[in-house]
Design a protein around this ligand. Structure first.
Ligand SMILES: Cc1ncc(COP(=O)(O)O)c(C=O)c1O
Length: 360
């Protein structure tokens, strides 16, 4: 089998142990004589997987009792319209903190539904940083304040979250969910596509506070109501059963590794290797993000010229590094070091960065 170092930005690496386990259960899931994909979503075997995934996420992420975990579809992209549809009402504003392309996409959808404002933006410095808390502008009639916890494309990440009490704080945590402990109580709603830290694509996780499940949503189509998904335990319709099965396996793996605190420690160690390669390169590699806003999940950098970027990426490909190209909208290089990327892959990348610089 070809050995690669998978630094894909999403879908991205899954823990090898999870893939092996899924492989071993593929043809006969727990003595049912069929794969988990072929089970009824109303069967006791599937319902166990489904409930276990909900319970494990609550346990690992220390989700308080007054929050529900929902399994949705349509990716984080559908969330961009789903939450404004129920919370952005006449006379209120959706207030957005813009820190990159995904926040821009989120506000674009909300504009089609109601009034929006920008609480702060780091666009003028090419999204190299996260705004200071003191720069955030709030309004009395905020329906919510929205932020993107980790900016997958620019490689920046919030290190702390503001305390917001006048309106629910909503976070797109697609690219750093479960990468570190989070004080869930600061948020009214957290959502994330699974395909980076949680499993394969196909399932979107939402963590919603109870008070946001009791809003009047008569005007919202049934499938787009959080309330309905909460009332049916995300089994109103056929859920993406295989993705949820894989999510359950990934969560089991996180628990086996020692939980989110241990995962965070490893993430810090992995990212440090690559940031050190940048910082110790005498300017050969330049990081896109300002140091205090650096992401532990997506490390973005450039070489001194486009030509050198190309050579670096092409040689990397020959050596088995996958997914190091920057996003097509910004170019350069990006290493995504999500939870399942092993330390050895980051050591190999660090060594390659050093040797490319010295031998060019
Ligand atoms: C921060 C962030 N938000 C939203 C998305 C879009 O997610 P999806 O493809 O699940 O709609 C992505 C995808 O990369 C992302 O990184």
């Amino acid at each position: 089998m070809k050995n690669v170092y998978n630094f894909n930005a999403g879908p991205s690496a899954l823990p090898k142990a999870v893939l092996e386990r899924a492989q071993s259960q593929l043809l006969d899931f727990k003595g049912t004589g069929m794969s988990v994909m072929e089970l009824s979503h109303r069967s006791k075997e599937y319902e166990e997987v489904h409930q276990n995934a909900i319970d494990l996420l609550k346990e690992l992420y220390r989700i308080p009792e007054n929050y529900q975990v929902l399994f949705l579809q349509g990716g984080a992209s559908l969330q961009f319209s789903m939450f404004p549809l129920q919370y952005l009402k006449e006379g209120t504003v959706g207030n957005y903190i813009l820190t990159g392309s995904w926040s821009e996409k989120a506000i674009k959808e909300a504009k089609m539904i109601g009034e929006t404002k920008v609480a702060a933006s780091s666009k003028e410095n090419n999204y190299k940083s996260i705004p200071n808390f003191t720069d955030l502008q709030f309004n009395d009639n905020d329906a919510y304040v929205h932020l993107t916890s980790n900016n997958t494309i620019y490689g920046t990440q919030w290190t702390e979250y503001p305390e917001i009490s006048h309106a629910p704080l909503i976070a797109d945590m697609s690219s750093d969910i479960l990468s570190r402990p989070v004080d869930i109580e600061k948020f009214g709603l957290i959502y994330a596509g699974a395909q980076k830290n949680l499993g394969p694509s196909g399932v979107t996780v939402a963590i919603v506070r109870d008070d946001l499940l009791s809003e009047n949503v008569d005007h919202v189509p049934t499938m787009l109501r959080y309330q309905m998904h909460a009332e049916t335990n995300s089994l109103y319709h056929t859920p993406p059963t295989f993705s949820i099965y894989m999510l359950n396996e990934v969560l089991t793996w996180v628990k086996e590794q020692g939980g989110v605190e241990e995962i965070e420690k490893r993430n810090i160690e992995k990212a440090k290797l690559i940031y050190d390669a940048i910082d110790e390169s005498n300017g050969f590699y330049t990081g896109h993000a300002e140091k205090e806003s650096r992401s532990l999940m997506n490390i973005t950098f450039n070489l001194p010229s486009d030509e050198l970027n190309k050579q670096f990426l092409s040689k990397a490909k020959e050596l088995g590094f996958v997914g190091l190209n920057g996003h097509r909208s910004v170019g350069g290089c990006r290493a995504s070091t999500y939870n399942a990327v092993p330390l050895e892959a980051c050591i190999a990348l660090r060594n390659y960065m050093d040797s490319f610089r010295k031998n060019r």
